[in-house]
Design a protein around this ligand. Structure first.
Ligand code: ZN
Length: 435
């Protein structure tokens, strides 16, 4: 007589049972409608008569929106605090007390005349991830930390403080609310006298993840669902000063002029040519120009322009800068104009994301049948500071028409849900793989 087989002796049943947790977690999906309605609800804070929302950091609207976010986080069971830099931090306990948190989040402050998606998508997705885990009674080994950073758009206040590299004058910067960042942080419930205490050390977080809208048009144009961000480009700024000689525009012959504006015009062209002269994704821009004395009948004697260079690699930024300098020296000689570069310190170094996290993001997206593309972020984000202290990953979703920092900003509910699902699956994968 044959013995009745125990269930675990049946290879098919055994396989099913072993795979069940994996299947269950990989089929876990956020609630797209709930996510979208939260985006709409958040957009009500700062809503103007014209139907657009204004919510610059430290404004009354920012404070009201933060209160709403805190109440949502508490309702999700997160242990929620505001740190000395005004960051909102909500923690969900993990099952292993020895593990450091996996953190994720973004910001809810906006540029003046901004849109409903920049920062808000990543913030609302973070709440959605927690709610989805709660709904399915799923625990993680690592504690999960939702971070809503303070004043991203004005000064990256919250993330810079957390990364321990606030600039010496960071608290003095005044934004369009009229409050200095120092006064603003206090309005948010922070404490500027203890702001240094929020700095985290390397190893304090297992990982940091940020979901964000692309703010460019590449994903939409190429019909790609998910951007796997390779890093956030470094940004260098210079002020370039052209000193010629202001003289009579009627009596000074063409060959005797020291026209600072003419030299500056050649410089603008040279910057563009230099940036285009080698293969890569480097960009260089002259976005500001001021000529003096600024009269139709006077040859401009002094011009000041800006110069900005961005790239993922410091070396490429240096290379492009030297190319521009070389071309500028020629212009100075032929124009008889002195040209000086003054480096400004309001610049950021390139921040690379973690390679293994990039792979996890791409893997999670592919498992959902989503198309991915590796890409740099041309805009600054909280993730660039967090990359200094934690292995960091960043997920982009398409922006319609590449429009951002505008009320016309739009990301479809499907794209927001795709990004949130990738965020969720990446968190679960890291929770499983990392210690
Ligand atoms: Zn943003």
């Amino acid at each position: 007589m044959e013995h009745a087989k125990k269930w675990y002796q049946n290879p098919i049943l055994l396989l099913l049972v072993l795979l069940l947790p994996t299947l269950a977690s990989s089929q876990l999906k956020v609630d797209q409608d709930r996510l979208e309605s939260r985006i709409f609800e958040l957009a009500k804070f700062g809503l103007q008569a014209n139907g657009e929302t204004e919510r610059v950091a430290y404004s009354d609207a920012d404070i009201a929106a933060r209160k709403w976010v805190i109440s949502k986080m508490e309702a999700l069971g997160l242990e929620t605090t505001v740190d000395f830099a005004g960051n909102i931090i909500g923690t969900r306990k993990g099952s292993d007390p020895n593990l450091k948190p996996i953190a994720f989040g973004s910001h809810i402050d906006r540029v003046p005349n901004g849109g409903n998606y920049d920062g808000c998508v990543g913030s609302m997705a973070a709440l959605e991830v927690i709610q989805t885990l709660n709904d399915h009674a799923m625990s993680t080994k690592h504690p999960l930390e939702v971070i809503i950073f303070s004043d991203e758009e004005g000064s990256l206040m919250g993330s810079r403080a957390m990364a321990g590299h606030l600039g010496p004058n960071a608290l003095e910067v005044v934004n369009s609310t009229g409050y200095s960042a120092g006064e603003g942080v206090v309005r948010l419930g922070g404490d500027t006298t203890r702001i240094k205490e929020v700095a985290r050390q390397k190893g304090d977080l297992t990982a940091f993840l940020e979901l964000h809208i692309e703010q460019g048009g590449i994903l939409e144009k190429e019909h790609i669902d998910i951007g796997v961000v390779e890093g956030i480009v470094g940004i260098r700024w210079w002020e370039v000063e052209f000193t010629g000689f202001a003289n009579h525009a009627g009596t000074t012959p063409m060959n005797a002029r020291q026209d600072a504006l003419l030299a500056a015009a050649k410089f603008v062209v040279a910057v563009n040519e230099a940036a285009n002269s080698f293969v890569g994704r480097q960009v260089a821009t002259v976005g500001k120009i001021k000529a003096e004395p600024g009269a139709p009948n006077v040859i401009p004697g002094k011009v000041v322009t800006s110069l900005e260079i961005r790239d993922l690699s410091k070396e490429v930024i240096e290379k492009l800068y030297h190319l521009i300098k070389e071309k500028t020296e020629e212009i100075a000689q032929t124009s008889h104009v002195k040209i000086e570069f003054h480096r400004l310190d309001t610049t950021a170094d390139p921040a690379l994301t973690d390679l293994s996290i990039q792979k996890e993001i791409a893997k999670a997206a592919k498992a959902m049948g989503l198309a991915t593309k590796q890409m740099p972020s041309g805009a600054g984000h909280d993730a660039q500071d967090m990359a200094l202290i934690a292995p960091t990953g960043m997920i982009f979703v398409p922006s319609k028409g590449g429009i951002s920092h505008s009320p016309k900003e739009f990301t479809s509910p499907e794209d927001m849900a795709n990004g949130s699902n990738v965020l969720l699956q990446t968190i679960l994968a890291l929770d499983k793989d990392l210690n």
